[in-house]
Design a protein around this ligand. Structure first.
Ligand code: 1HN
Length: 353
């Protein structure tokens, strides 16, 4: 507000006090905060070094079983939003541990989940009667309201990143959940059945999409993405901002595999020094291979994260990100971009320097 006399200020305050019991408040006091000239996220950039958290994650198995915990997860909480179980205002992230012989019991909920496998192998996730064995680097989907449980027939601890749209569903007050009557759901189809039907640029002639606009494929194996990016690296010019970057797709539509979260894999070649960009979708990164540096800036802050395999970091909406990698690296990421696009509010700026 401009310079105003204390007399006017006092009479305005008296007015606000008078209308407050009627649950009224003056727009003119909050207008610029409500409609900022550009995004002004309450989130901050943050890095979770796997090396530092791994002892605690593995140690959590001494405290509680997967069955008792239902899901034994350490949530990655944005440092500026502690206590809200979220990594950005719209996204949840956590690292889940399952040990050989354990079961994470079957349940279902309207929140959609993605898994990105970080460490170990041999555990399976079951979705809608079909099990998928998980390998490092695989991207796996649990569509909204599908029964899902996890189990582990292998012989080493297994860790994956869970990405859920929990804060969005909380915002819309649209959360429903239900526990199954059995810890593990019955298997009704062989492993790979969905991939056979939908994973080879083919589709059943008459069958309708089993999960609406969500992808009919539960698992996007790492080996396929790796092959694609390595091949691209040989014949395609490198993108000055992204390196070589692909988005995962729903094979039936070409659109995003999930309605609320978009997923990506990128390869930064050796010696890559990316240009800066910013976009409205705050993004969570999981480091698959190699190492590099993320330079993250806003008008009032500058952060530099050195990342290695299994590290995770978050870049809030409209922060500028620049990626570099001396040895080369691969990064998986997810964001709420499908929602921004559906609402017509997605914005990206690719800057020159
Ligand atoms: C959930 O169902 C899983 O199925 C993981 O593995 C994390 C966080 C909150 C609510 C449900 C899972 C979750 C979750």
């Amino acid at each position: 507000m401009k310079n105003i006399s204390s007399e006017i200020q006092a009479s305005r305050q008296a007015f606000y006090d008078a209308i407050s019991p009627l649950n009224l408040t003056p727009l003119w006091e909050v207008l610029h905060a409500l409609v900022p000239p550009q995004p002004n996220s309450p989130c901050v950039p943050a890095l979770w070094k796997y090396e530092l958290l791994e002892p605690y994650l593995l140690g959590s198995a001494q405290l509680i079983t997967a069955e008792e915990a239902v899901r034994r997860v350490l949530i990655l909480e944005n440092p500026a939003l502690r206590g809200h179980s979220c990594i950005t205002q719209s996204l949840y992230a956590g690292l889940q541990l399952i040990l050989p012989g354990e079961v994470a019991p079957s349940h279902r909920h309207t929140q959609s989940a993605l898994r990105f496998i970080v460490s170990g192998s041999g555990a399976y996730t079951a979705v809608d009667g079909e099990r998928t064995t998980m390998q490092p680097g695989d991207f796996i989907i649990t569509p909204s309201m599908t029964w899902h449980d996890h189990g582990h027939d292998g012989d080493e601890p297994m860790v994956w990143l869970d990405g859920l749209d929990i804060p969005m569903l909380r915002f819309f007050d649209a959360g429903f959940a239900e526990n199954d009557t059995r810890p593990s759901q019955e298997v009704s189809r062989p492993e790979g059945a969905s991939f056979a039907r939908y994973g080879h640029n083919m589709a059943p002639v008459r069958a309708a999409s089993p999960y609406g606009a969500t992808s009919p494929i539960f698992s996007y194996p790492f080996q396929h993405v790796l092959r694609a990016l390595q091949k691209m690296q040989r014949f395609e010019p490198v993108d000055a901002w992204d390196g070589f970057k692909l988005r995962y797709t729903n094979p039936l539509t070409g659109g995003w595999p999930m309605l609320t979260m978009g997923t990506f894999m990128q390869l930064l070649p050796k010696g890559f020094a990316g240009r800066p960009y910013r976009q409205t979708d705050g993004t969570v990164f999981s480091v698959v291979r190699g190492a590099g540096t993320a330079y993250i800036e806003s008008a009032s802050s500058q952060t530099e994260f050195h990342f290695e395999p299994r590290d995770h970091f978050v870049v809030p909406s409209w922060y500028t990100l620049r990626l570099t990698s001396t040895e080369g690296c691969m990064l998986f990421s997810y964001s709420d971009r499908p929602v921004h696009e559906a609402l017509g509010i997605h914005k990206e700026e690719r800057l020159i320097s």
